[in-house]
Design a protein around this ligand. Structure first.
Ligand SMILES: CC(C)(COP(=O)(O)OP(=O)(O)OC[C@H]1O[C@@H](n2cnc3c(N)ncnc32)[C@H](O)[C@@H]1OP(=O)(O)O)[C@@H](O)C(=O)NCCC(=O)NCCS
Length: 176
């Protein structure tokens, strides 16, 4: 029988500037999967972070970046980045909560798809992401990988590229 997960007592919210130290720690805790980021970089981009906070502590973080595109009005892609749950809090449903909230948030921006590069494709499959050949995403992946020093090329990196299509939100009354 599947073990019941304990109830989550915290909540996902937008990050604040005073969260940066805890965001930094959460990212540093998973160096194999998540690229470390400097304090100034995190501070400059704090408004692209969501955090899961419980009893005053940040247990998980997620962020995103918009990928550049040369085609006007098509293939607008947002990449999931800096997605990390603290070791002791993994497996409680925090990752699922963070990813769902992030998708909800960026849906209002009107992207066509979300991209992720991951060691855990089975996790992302649960959220509608499907494997995509890196060769078909080459230009998209390049910007995501530009700061990575772990692998010589995105094509030899062991992470799997996955994409989820995003349907546009229904227009509100009065919107053309
Ligand atoms: C991957 C990660 C974000 C998942 O967060 P989490 O809080 O541990 O995951 P959850 O508890 O929300 O799990 C949700 C579901 O995914 C499953 N799952 C979690 N991690 C998984 C994994 N590595 N592989 C396959 N399935 C996984 C859970 O069993 C659960 O399934 P269920 O709903 O059927 O019970 C977290 O483990 C983590 O930070 N890992 C290290 C860093 C990392 O890889 N980040 C992602 C970079 S793209």
């Amino acid at each position: 029988m599947k073990k019941e997960k304990p109830l989550l007592l915290g909540q996902v919210r937008h990050a604040r500037m005073d969260d940066i130290q805890m965001i930094y720690k959460a990212i540093r805790e998973n160096p194999k999967e998540v690229l470390p980021r400097s304090y100034p970089d995190l501070l400059q981009n704090f408004d692209r972070f969501m955090v899961y906070e419980e009893k005053g502590k940040i247990k998980g973080v997620i962020s995103w970046q918009v990928l550049p595109n040369v085609e006007i009005d098509s293939d607008r892609t947002i990449e999931v980045v800096s997605f990390s749950v603290r070791h002791r809090s993994q497996g409680r449903g925090i990752g699922a909560l963070l990813l769902n909230k992030m998708i909800e948030e960026i849906q209002s921006y009107g992207p066509d798809k979300i991209l992720v590069l991951t060691f855990y494709p089975k996790f992302f499959r649960k959220f509608g992401f499907r494997k995509k050949s890196k060769r078909k995403l080459y230009s998209k992946i390049y910007i995501g990988c530009i700061k990575c020093t772990k692998y010589l090329s995105p094509l030899t990196c062991p992470e799997t590229a996955m994409v989820r299509q995003i349907s546009p939100l229904p227009k509100k009354e009065g919107q053309s």
